[in-house]
Ligand binder design. Structure first.
Ligand code: F6R
Length: 624
């Protein structure tokens, strides 16, 4: 995820901003930049790659001044490049902006400003903010006043008008040459914090960026706009009303601050999942029309009508997302879907049909087997490859004809969690677009499902409230040697994913099965007290799943059922239940996976495992 640091005070800002950027490196990024008001002029340096490269650039061309902002960028709109790196400026280079989040209506704003004569120099959504502030400054400062006459209240008003026009999520830091001692920050749905120091103040995306200089922190709320100068901090809401400031004295050490107070990145990322889904849905879902589908997936309904088969390739957790995709796409669109492990597909000599859409799913976009499968398909004359990927500019996105970007932010824990729900979200959105384009869903039905999808983040937040119950349960069950996970239909892959998560981080033996398959062999391994975690949420075949759990219980298993928050017939026959909100059966995997991720996490924690860096595993598998 991108990182922001801003400094205003009596010291030279560049070294402090650069130290902040180094502290933010843990978040993952692909480029970095800094802007300082140096001798009354705004100047910036930007570079692709590591903060160290930016540092070398500054050694050659230093920046001096008491006010500065910096940014580490994780690309969401536009490839990682110097032009796309933050800070971004207006036409005259007098305003600079750093931004985390996604401006949903940036295309609309950019087109409007271009028509007014604004010149854009990047592919980012962020750049519109600088131009919009410029636009409002001109408008508010018109009537013969030169821009340099406009002072802090006008800067504030221009920013306030700007953020009122922005839809989506943002945390921004803005500097303007015309008001050289002030940084303005604003937030909506993306975190932004202020650090109050002695004769110096800070703005940052998280406290780790300035923790070594102050622990007195103001956590901004949605809609807040904050003005920082060397001597003080002023807080307003988006209506321009002054707000009381209440500081928190943060006790975290640096490592805890990086993990947002969570013990491990994996736990932090599990809790970030509602936001990951919200961000991935942003702009991608509605309206379910050709324009949105083309922009997000790179094809239109004419192409969709020709598709005879969809072939999905992926590895590990991404493969499980693909398996859910098979159920969901077939259900909503009626298009036959085949899913393969990329490592198998590349050698399988699968016959390529003319009108096959290949979907390659990968968090990193660098997985060797997935890349090879895509190349193999191309060689054999496959028609179109769509990548579903979390890393803009990765090898996979360069190989594929089009890419849907999951907007989950960098995933640091080796065990994939938030990227998985991002992949599921991408597949849900795709399935609805395909369903409407193929005429299997009417426009109204599509809309109804889309609205259900939009409720998922809140449902996920509710499911995360099970954290404490699951921790207690996991601690009780952590010393068993073998674990079974059962699911059916779209939740069968979630049983596999639950087992994979447990294996990866706790090194325990776990297996996932489709409930109906138990009697064909696996049921033989059940013995007294063996934990069996079954997914028994609202579904057309819930009764069948409940019978499968009863069969396990009858053989002495310790049965934990993940159920919908509604009545079911199993009461009394199970040892524990975890109730999650009710959603459409085909979207439920994004919810049912949460208790299983938490279970794996707390079992591994109880066993003292190195959760973020499990033995023998790497985050990105770039070799075969
Ligand atoms: C499991 C996990 C791996 C990855 C797999 C594919 O938690 O992280 O199974 O899902 O190695 O990686 P990507 O998605 O980067 O292609």
């Amino acid at each position: 995820m991108c990182g922001i640091i801003g400094y205003v005070g009596d010291k030279d800002s560049a070294p402090i901003v650069m130290a902040g950027l180094r502290r933010l490196e843990y978040r993952g990024y692909d480029s970095a930049g800094i802007a300082v008001i140096s001798k009354g002029r705004l100047q910036r340096r930007r570079s692709v790659g590591k903060v160290e490269l930016l540092s070398k650039m500054l050694e050659e061309e230093p920046l001096k001044g008491n006010v500065g902002i910096g940014h580490t960028r994780w690309a969401t709109h536009g490839k990682p490049s110097q032009d796309n790196a933050h800070p971004h400026t207006d036409c005259g280079g007098k305003i600079v902006v750093v931004h985390n989040g996604i401006i949903e209506n940036y295309i609309e704003i950019r087109e409007r400003l271009q028509a007014e004569g604004h010149k854009f120099s990047s592919e980012t959504d962020t750049e519109v903010i600088a131009h919009l502030v410029e636009h409002h400054l001109k408008r508010l400062g018109s009537g013969g006043k030169a821009l340099s006459d406009v002072t802090e209240p006008l800067f504030f008003e221009a920013v306030r008008q700007t953020v009122r026009e922005m839809e989506g999520a943002y945390a921004v830091g803005i500097l303007w040459e015309g008001c050289p001692g002030t940084i303005i920050g604003a937030r909506k749905q993306s975190p932004l914090v202020v650090g109050a120091g002695q004769g110096e103040n800070f703005l940052a995306s998280d406290v780790s960026a300035f923790l070594e200089r102050t622990r007195k922190v103001l956590f901004l709320d949605d809609g807040d706009i904050v003005l920082l100068n060397a001597s003080g901090i002023k807080l307003f809401n988006v209506d321009g009303k002054k707000r009381e400031i209440s500081y928190t004295n943060v006790q975290w050490d640096q490592t805890m601050a990086e993990k947002g107070g969570y013990k491990h990145f994996m736990l932090k990322e599990i809790h970030e999942q509602p936001t990951a889904v919200e961000d991935t849905l942003r702009g991608a879902l509605l309206p379910l029309d050709d324009k949105t589908m083309k922009a997000e997936f790179g094809f239109d309904s004419e192409f969709v009508k020709k598709i005879e088969k969809i072939q999905i390739v992926a590895c590990g957790t991404a493969y499980h997302a693909g398996m859910v995709g098979e159920y969901v796409i077939e259900h909503f669109s009626g298009i036959p879907v085949h899913v393969d492990l990329a490592s198998e597909f590349r050698y399988r000599e699968a016959p390529v049909r003319k009108n096959t859409l290949l979907i390659a799913i990968s968090q990193s976009g660098e997985t060797a087997d997935t890349l090879a499968a895509v190349r193999e398909n191309k060689k054999n004359g496959g028609v179109h490859t769509l990548a579903i990927c979390n890393v803009v500019g990765s090898s996979l996105t360069r190989e594929a004809q089009s890419t849907f970007h999951t907007r989950c932010g960098p995933e640091i824990g080796v065990a994939s969690t938030k990227a998985f729900v991002g992949q599921l979200t991408a597949l849900f959105v795709l399935a609805l677009h395909l369903g409407v384009a193929r005429g299997r869903l009417s426009a109204d039905e599509g809309l109804k499902y889309a609205h259900e999808l939009l409720k998922l983040p809140q449902f996920m937040r509710d499911a995360l409230k099970l954290d404490g119950d699951i921790k207690a349960m996991a601690e009780r069950l952590a010393q068993r040697g073998h674990y079974l996970f059962l699911g059916r239909n779209a939740n069968y892959p979630i049983a596999l994913e639950g087992a994979l998560k447990l294996k990866e981080i706790s090194y325990l033996h776990a297996e996932g099965f489709a409930g109906g398959e138990m009697k064909h062999g696996p049921i033989a391994i059940i013995d007294e007290g063996m934990p069996v975690l079954g997914i028994a949420v609202k579904s057309q075949i819930l009764d069948k799943m409940l019978s499968n759990l009863q069969e396990a219980k009858a053989r002495g298993a310790h049965v934990v059922a993940i159920v919908s928050q509604s009545k079911h017939k199993l009461k009394g026959d199970i040892d524990a239940e975890l109730a999650i909100p009710v959603t459409d059966e085909y979207f439920s995997p994004a919810l049912t996976v949460i208790p299983l991720q938490l279970f794996a996490y707390y079992v591994a924690a109880a066993r003292g495992c190195d959760i973020d860096k499990p033995r023998n595993l790497a985050k990105s598998v770039t070799v075969e």
